[in-house]
Every structure is written in structure tokens, then in C-alpha cells.
Design a protein around this ligand. Sequence first.
Ligand code: PMT
Length: 435
Amino acid sequence: MAGAAKNGVAPWVTVGVCGGVAAYKAAELVRELQQRGADVHVVMTRAAEEFVRPLTFSSLTGHRTITSMWSGWGEDSSPTGLAAEPASGLDEQGQIEHISEAQGAQALVIAPATAHVLAKMAHGLADDFLSTMILATTAPVIVAPAMNVNMWNHAATQANVRLLRERGVIFVEPDSGYLACGMTGAGRLASVEAIAQAVMDALAGVVHESKQDLAGETILVTAGGTREAIDPVRFLGNRSSGKMGYAIAEAARRRGAQVVLVSAPTALDPPAGCAFVPVTSAEEMRTAVMEHMAQATVVVGAAAVADFRMATVSAEKLRRKGALHLDLEPTEDIVREVVDARGAGTLVIAFAAEMDADIARAREKLRVKGADAIVLNDVSRAGIGFDAERNAAVFVTAERAVEIPEMLKRDVAEQILDEVVGMRAGHGGCSLAQP
Ligand code: PMT
């Protein structure tokens, strides 16, 4: 048996596996949780068994995989899952199994969670072991959905998600990308690392998902790298993927904010529930930001905005004839303009993409821009910054510098928003700078 300590100290985590292509990733999640010290049990729905055999999980966990309300100790205890004894519904100790599993688990994580199971959860249906356990447990419930993009975006699914969030269910939002159904969009199971981290946070009592501490705020986020046309087919660009800005937009929406995402071109799908304003150039981004900033109470500039554009864009495709010298002119500083135009109480958070972590230099940039804080990231470091899944930063204000160690961008986003909430509340030595 791998990893799971059976010494009574390891937290008991039950993984609920539903029927979707991503069911195989639940095996990786089991391993990840074990590596983080959990004693993992697995409950499978009937549909999940179409994708993965219970034996896979029994072998990994050393516990019988629960597949039915009525199996009880004996039926699935043989590796084949065939009945060896009459159905009992009782566990090894003769307790009613779905109750003992619900009471024993210190966290229940459902991964992958289908649209169907979300609907059952929202309506309190209890027609199999997993849904019954969900009702019976008082442990934190973490849900990692995975499904087709249209199913995820469907009003019914989103309404169920909202309802479950209100009830305290913790969501690890699906990633965007190529889906097994052949479509592209939101619906891919989040990384096992992110799901395991959410479980560990829930066990430690750290719950980001259910807090609605940004309710009442309207957060305008810029993301992605702008493109400055050289001629009809070429542009000056940069390596920004938009992941950092999108993570902030998604986290802000989860925490109850209205979100306007002004995005330069990226390969990402617009996050559900955010007003989405696509732009291409720095000038378009500036126009969109200034148009929407009247309603914003917080502006976060995560975009990599071009500092220069062509003085004149060629109307014709430039021909290749020897060296080419481009005549560039500076773009407007959007953050600076936002600071100048903002209403009282609007917080402005800039980013600084630097080749080091020099806080004094970042603070000077903060001063020049007039923002309330600047998120300094050292983009020379491998594995973070531009087009990476992870980032590390220092949240710098005039008075403080709070280190955000390397972690997934979605977690960096949460930490940045924690700082914003702290500034809003006047905590931590940060006062709200007035224009
Ligand atoms: O998109 P990812 O791949 O996830 O990568 C994330 C990131 C590295 C792009 C992000 O974390 C980041 O650092 N964004 C800011 C990049 C940048 O342009 O930094 P800067 O130091 O050049 O600009 C400072 C600030 O001024 C930024 O808030 C920027 O949005 C803003 N700016 C810059 C130029 C300009 N003309 N107008 C601006 O508003």
C-alpha cells in the first residue's frame, strides 16, 4: 500500500469518484493526498465504475472501495468486486456504512464531479452511497467538477454551483483547455495538485471558496499581452498568457465581486460570470479600461501592456529587403491614467514584471504610477511569471512588502485578493490612498 499512514494520526479523506473520463485522474489524486499524509478511502458511483475498476482504488488505498449502498463488508471485498456474501450495507464493525463513512471522514472530496452529481447535491437527493454520504457528513465537502464546457456553463449547472457555494461547499474550479469531448473551454478537471491543496486547506480550516469578502466590490482586471500592429500581418507582442489576470478575475468572482475582465488576446476562455471585454492593442485596452472604470472599486493591472507601438502602422505588408528599422513611440500608461481618473475609494493595484525582486525599485515604480500597491514578480525565475502555471510575488505598498511564495497562480490570486481585502479594511498598516 502506498503512502497512507494508518497510525491514527493521518487525516481520513474520502474521495468520491463520479462517472466521467477524468475518473482515471482520481487515482492520481489518491496518490497526491497520500503523499500529503492522508489516509484515503474511495467511494465510486455506478457510472464511475464504467471508467475505472474499484480494484484500482482498493490497491492504492488498502481499503475496500465502496461502490454501493447495499454491498456492505463482503460483497466488494474480493478483488473482482463480485458478491461473496449477501448485501448488508454494514461496515467491518457492523455499523451502517454510509453513516460511519460520513462520520469518520474529515474531508470529502468529489473528483471528478459531474453535472449530474452537482444537481443531486443541490437538491438533496440521496439515491446511492456517495449522495447519501454527502448529506450525512458534517466534514468539509470539496468539489472538483469536470464536464463538457456547455454543461459547465449551462444556467442550471451554474445555479447549482452558486447554491452549493452558499451552503459552504468548496469548489476547485475546472480548468480551461481541450476537453475529452473534442471541444475547448472550461470543464477540464483542475490539477490534482490544486485539488489536494484545497483538501489540505479545508482540513486546516483555511477555506477560500466560501468566503464572500469581495461582495459589493466591482473589480476591473486587465490581463494578457497587448499586440501592436507593425503591418497588416505582423505585430509586436510579449509572452503573457493571461493566466495570472484570469486567475485574479476568477478568484474575485468566487469571492463575490462583480468582475470586468479586459483581456488582450490569450488562448484562455473567458471565465464564467465575468463581464468580458476583449481588446488587442494597448490603445484599445486603455479605451476599454477608461470606459469601464467608473463602476470599478478596485482596478488590478495584471496585463503586460506594450510600452511602445509603431509611430505609423504600415498599410501594406512590409517586404523583406535588407535590415528593417521600426520607428516606435511610447504608449500611454494605463495604470497612471486610472490613478488620475479614479473616484474616491477606488483601489489601484499594479503589477511589476522585473528581472529581480528589488523591492526598492518596485516601490519607486509604485510611486511613479501612483497606485496603492504593486505586485512585484521576478520574471527571470524559471517556472514562474510569463506563461507559467505558477507564480511568486511580493505585494508591495508604501509601508509593507508581503512575500507571496511560489504557488499556483490561482493561489497567488487568492493571496493578492486577501491583501486587497486587508487594505480595504485598513489592516496591516495599509491605508487606502485617496486620489
Ligand atoms: O499573463 P501570464 O502569462 O500569467 O504572466 C503574468 C505576468 C508576468 C504578465 C504578470 O504577473 C505581470 O507581471 N503583469 C505585468 C506585466 C508588465 O507589463 O509589467 P510592467 O512592469 O511593464 O508594467 C507595470 C504596470 O503598468 C503593470 O500593471 C502594467 O499592466 C501597467 N502598464 C504598463 C504599460 C502601459 N503602457 N500601461 C500600463 O498600465
